[in-house]
Design a protein around this ligand. Sequence first.
Ligand SMILES: *Cc1c(COP(=O)(O)O)cnc(C)c1O
Length: 259
Amino acid sequence: MTTGTQDANGTTLKQRYEDVKARIAAAARRAGRRPEEVMLCVVTKSGSVDQIRELVQMGQVDLAENRVQQLTQRAAQIDEWCRRREELSGSAPKVRWHMIGSLQRNKVKKAIELVRLVHSVDSLRLAEDIQVAAARREKPVEVLVEVNVGGEASKHGVAPGAARHLIRQIETMVNVKARGLMCMAPLEGGQDAARTTFERCREMFEDIRTSGAGGDRFDILSMGMSGDFEVAVECGSNLVRVGGAVIGPPQVTEDATED
Ligand SMILES: *Cc1c(COP(=O)(O)O)cnc(C)c1O
């Protein structure tokens, strides 16, 4: 797909991208915040590599995948493309990958080589695996603790009551740095349920921050997806993970293979 190509719903990638950015900015202003305080991370899991290139060309820096296998492939493809762009134009576009899906132990090493932020740390064991895998790195691996705010059985994430303890434990690990919290709204209940979840997560985030448990730079609150990012921004999110609203109809479908 090239710039300007319309999808089945009659909009282009550029239009959707601009629209999402405008809606984030408007939601931030409604909440009395500056639009620059909210980072947009585009979730590319259902998009094509062409779309990713187009987004990067439009200046999008932060990209997210939820499976290590696809992340690895895409990071390599986009890296190669950036190198060629650099040869042609003298400057390489900047790209930062985020891992937002649940991370299996045997994929930790690969994932931390590629990403600037792991959004989905939900157990001490996973944090310890990252600590070990990152042993020879100069900088710690930055992570968010995923909280299952609503206590839904189907969701990943630590129970709200366990988040602060996990963050304290991460504070003792030299190669892992907790930068904040991540949460998802319940699947059911619409915008009202989303708002309740996001408000609770924001409170937890502020409590942990003021208690000092997260150390310095505990400052990222990752909440909000295509269906609820405006509510999330109104509730204090400073990192939204938006896929479908930017990508449009899926270009690649998620298969059921184990990652
Ligand atoms: C897929 C995904 C998103 C983006 O979802 P959309 O509804 O497509 O915006 C955000 N966060 C996580 C953890 C995801 O897996």
